[in-house]
Write a protein that binds this ligand. Structure first.
Ligand SMILES: [Zn+2]
Length: 313
């Protein structure tokens, strides 16, 4: 099957980028499901060809990175997909505001604008085709404050003043933007080699735990070994970049494999349950979490090994 074609048709058929959908607030869950199944499908095809998604030709790679980004959750549990739709609606709002206030340059006044956010290399791209004007904003802008979105819209409407340009360019230098960009482009600097330690490959451990405990509900997050041998933090889950980080201390033949499976299980539970916020404080090891944690098959054994591990070093 031609994956490129498949991606293209998906992007077209879901009409993620039409104002109508974002305005009426579509069936977000259904859209999320569609995205997840396309990601899974892509990964399966890659696997059948013994090919890492990072080896896909550029357009497919960008589409794949984009879909993964949209299906990623922010710390508060909201999907990036939701921010994507909100920002798109906001962009169209500022466009019609500019139109009402006669702020569109005379050259572009009569054109019909089509706005999208996508995994593109440039901060924005604009192209005229007949009377249509297609504008693509970098997906990294979806968490930006409204005035940044407005500055982008004003610039593509022909008001490319230094002030407007400075606004979105400054935002593109923030940590938030660069973190988004990293997730979007993670295939470029990732290559999945980071999951392979000296003794353990985190990908295998993820596959087993995902299968045995979560019915394969997760697509593979970014898996990494920490740079230090931390005893206090054996694992961590970072929702922003959708990555799981494991302490190097576990990458040792003396540590039994089921202990790594347990740490994987613990971090995936965080991913599944999210963080509970009470009176402004966040709680991740709730009662519910702890009882789910005890469902791990060799829980008692793990506890013993972990205790000795922490004390010996
Ligand atoms: Zn934890």
């Amino acid at each position: 099957m031609d994956m490129q074609q498949q991606m293209d048709s998906f992007v077209n058929t879901t009409k993620l980028d039409t104002y109508k959908i974002s305005k009426n607030y579509p069936d977000l869950l259904q859209m999320h499901q569609d995205i997840l199944s396309l990601i899974k499908c892509t990964e399966q095809i890659c696997q059948e060809h013994d090919l890492s998604p990072s080896r896909l030709p550029d357009p497919s790679k960008l589409a794949y990175g984009w879909l993964r980004f949209l299906s990623t959750e922010k710390k508060n549990g909201d999907l990036n997909l939701e921010y994507h739709l909100k920002s798109l609606a906001l962009a169209y709002h500022y466009l019609s505001k500019a139109q009402n206030e006669q702020k569109i340059s005379s050259l572009r006044k009569k054109l019909s604008f089509h706005l999208t956010f996508y995994n593109t290399p440039a901060l924005f791209r604009a192209r005229q085709q007949g009377m249509d004007f297609f504008v693509t904003f970098h997906e990294g802008f979806i968490h930006a404050p409204p005035e940044v979105i407005e500055s982008l819209v004003l610039v593509v409407s022909g008001n490319d003043t230094a002030t407007h340009k400075a606004k979105f360019r400054t935002y593109a230098l923030t940590k938030a933007f660069s973190e988004n960009n990293q997730v979007l482009k993670f295939l470029d600097n990732h290559d999945n080699k980071t999951a392979m330690g000296r003794h353990y490959n985190l990908e295998n451990i993820f596959d087993r735990v995902n299968h045995e405990y979560f019915d394969n509900m997760f697509t593979q997050p970014r898996l990494e070994w920490s740079r230090t041998h931390s005893k206090r933090n054996l694992g961590a889950y970072r929702p922003d970049s959708n990555s799981l980080i494991f302490s190097k201390i576990l990458d040792n033949p003396k540590v039994p494999e089921f202990v790594l499976e347990f740490v994987m299980y613990h971090e995936l539970l965080h991913k599944q349950m999210g963080i509970k916020i009470v009176n402004g404080r966040s709680y991740s090891h709730t009662k519910k979490f702890r009882s789910a944690e005890r469902q791990f098959l060799r829980y008692d054994e793990v506890e013993k090994v972990l205790r000795s591990l922490v004390h010996k070093h």
